[in-house]
Design a protein around this ligand. Structure first.
Ligand SMILES: *Cc1c(COP(=O)(O)O)cnc(C)c1O
Length: 234
């Protein structure tokens, strides 16, 4: 087995174990393999090992890699979305994880309508109010919720967060906070927000215990990244 195949298998085992510990079905957690900064050849190794769902955070980097790889893969855009890239991102990525303002959501819906697409999206929440990160505050999200729900061409499936880099096991409390916010929004707005995108290499097991449906795992599968990209926060 290549390093990537072995690491992917290890992550899948740990996802399954976390699901078991949480009393959840393994089928309820999607592993988004975050391939940003890694070449198409590395992604191919993961594909050969059975992975079909990948996450990228920069359009300029992702576009040529996607073109080199087989069709039929599932691409998730996990980085911050620049308005001037929306028209290019939508045809390649069926799911967008970091819609972080009403303005961006409105524009994305408009462009999706023009392109005849209806992407799945997550609303990014900045629970800790960190300056360095995008996302709605819980308060702003509540204030925008009715208008967000009325946007016709995006399918709002849930919430996404990137907790503060704590490295001390604190991530779980933010994951719990995101789940509680989701539960409250569902009740207060009589809507369904089934998905929670939370958990990266250092904390995906805690995220699964708190109800993550999508974990975004990069370095544990592909190895240490040798350079940073825009929108990379970990
Ligand atoms: C890079 C990135 C990840 C993956 O991080 P790892 O620590 O390598 O697993 C997850 N989510 C987002 C938004 C990222 O930018």
């Amino acid at each position: 087995m290549s390093g990537i195949a072995a690491q992917l298998a290890e992550v899948k085992n740990r996802v399954a174990e976390s699901c078991h510990n949480a009393g959840r079905e393994v089928s309820g957690v999607k592993l988004v393999a975050v391939s940003k900064t890694f070449p198409a050849g590395d992604i191919r190794k993961a594909i050969e090992a059975g992975q079909t769902c990948f996450g990228e955070s920069r359009f300029q980097e992702a576009e040529p890699k996607i073109a080199m790889l087989p069709e039929g893969l599932e691409w998730h855009f996990i980085g911050s979305v620049q308005r001037n890239k929306v028209r290019k991102i939508l045809p390649l990525f069926g799911c967008i994880h970091a819609i972080d303002s009403l303005k961006l959501a409105t524009y994305t819906s408009q462009v999706a309508g023009e392109l005849g697409l209806s992407p799945e999206v997550f609303l990014q929440v900045n629970l800790a109010g960190e300056e360095s990160k995008g996302g709605f505050s819980a308060k702003d999200l509540r204030a925008a919720m009715v208008r967000l729900m009325a946007l016709p061409e995006i399918r709002i499936k849930g919430l996404m967060t990137i907790p503060p880099d704590s490295g001390n096991g604190e991530a779980r409390k933010w994951f719990c906070g995101l789940r509680e916010l989701r539960d409250a929004l569902e009740a207060d707005f009589s809507t369904s927000l089934p998905f929670l995108s939370m958990g990266m290499s250092g904390d995906y097991e805690a995220a699964i215990l708190e109800g993550a449906t999508h974990v975004r795992v990069g370095s544990s599968i592909f190895g240490t990244r040798s350079y940073r990209v825009d929108g990379e926060l970990g």
